[in-house]
Design a protein around this ligand. Sequence first.
Ligand code: BES
Ligand code: MN
Ligand code: ZN
Length: 547
Amino acid sequence: MGRKLAQPSDGPRRAVRAVRAGRRDVARVAGVTSYSLRKADPVKTRADAVVVGVQAVDGAPVLAGGGGAAVAKALGRGLAPLLARMKVTGASGEAVRVPTGGALTSPLLVLVGLGDPGAATSESLRRAAGVAARNLANASSVAVALPAEDAGSVRAVTDGLRSGAYAVQRVAPAPTKGSPARRRAAEEDGVAEVAVLSDCARQQACRQAFDTALLVADLADVARAWVNTPPNLLGPVELATQMADLRTAGSRARRAVEVEVVEEDELRALGCGGILGVSSGSSRPARLVRMTYRPKGATRHVALVGKGITYDSGGLTIKPGSSMKTMKTDMAGAASVVAATYAVAELELPVAVTAYAPLAENMLSGAALRPGDVLRMYDGQTVEVQNTDAEGRLVLADALAMAAELEPDAIVEMSTLTGACVTALGERIAGLFGEDATVAGVERAAAATGELLWRLPVPESTLEAIRTESSIADLLQHNWVRWGSSSWAAAFLAQFVKGREWAHLDIAGPSYNSGGAWGHTPSGATGFGVRTLVEYVAQSAQAADGA
Ligand code: BES
Ligand code: MN
Ligand code: ZN
């Protein structure tokens, strides 16, 4: 039956070796953690810990799925008093560690809550798996027996485990500081081997779901790492370089993406007044990253655009200090779009993708953009600037106009655009704006990935106001009316898509979790949007098939 997991004492080295040796079971290394998909009995599996889900059935805890049933049988009559003693309820977010006392081969059972089975979705599984991942730090090998009996649930469990395991990279101390032993300890910390147990482990669809989940989660973690990197260490030049370097970091398929980094001379020649205007106050030059993926036989073309302000001080319209402290998150849209494009290529999805990431730093100096300035954008439209802190729409205007020029079937743009969107929807839900068909497509994709979004309007009267309220330019950037400023921002972006199908996601809230970790969402950068963008592209391939 199932393969044995490594002995705890074997540590990470063995896991890595096993993967290099190309073991037959699907396995991947992420950091020092290797993941595998196996058919095995959780009762007899050798691991430091076994994870089982608990449902709250009419308020009473019940171990979930085939794995849960096997564990319940092994614990026998001891189970009910044990659950009662440990106050296990099965509520979502719950994690309770129980010593098995020899009833299972593994010494430790970790019970994670799945919530009410009536309300179960793939997101409840993803969250429970994420909670499990965050409660396993001391184990070296883990077997996960959450209910994963088909491809969809294998994907959710794997995604949640991988996503919940993310840890912020601390800034490395100078090489002379920190003893080698301490550094080694840090590297070897954490789980070495995670086995996802599933009865469908040998079926192609489940193995593929497992692989896809790891790949997309890996790239979402890259987006998280970019956002979490302190802004002094990651300006537009550094970020553009890292984005381009990622091309050769994954499987060969990733190299199908062509990456261009457009420098300032060329931005000037192209007439990118928005990107250059925003960047002018910073001593660090702007960049535009353009990615092109053209698989053979593609019948659809999607353009992705992401806001890449590596730091947003507000510029001359300076932010109050407390609003500035997390403004390294202002390139989260660009990070997600770039990560998603690499994932699309690695999955070899049959959809053409062009991605644009305008990168700039919004700072103040004698050369900074002023309220009152008029900029000429890439498409020739002039814009009267009123607020240098509404910089996102300015860099996006150039990128959207470039994207529209290619006449893609749809443009999906993602940006940490307005604080008002966080006021409206909170920190966990993105605002969604745009044309019906693209909005519906993004909603379908988000329903599959569990990322939360809510549609908000782009009012006709606002589109009109932006085109008529400046006496000196074609468009008014901002009108200093607080109310509905997310819609104003979206309506401003709409002026640059040339009537094409498009959607705008305002991710100012969900891109960054300023509270503690929950489910599979870590504290700090979340990587929001990577999963939904990949899913959107995957689903648009199917739409093209059906057409
Ligand atoms: N980057 C901010 C938006 C933001 C706010 C992102 C909170 C993440 C968390 C954006 O550039 C900005 O400053 N927007 C202004 C718009 C206003 C001037 C219309 C804002 O939200 O105040
Ligand atoms: Mn701003
Ligand atoms: Zn901003």
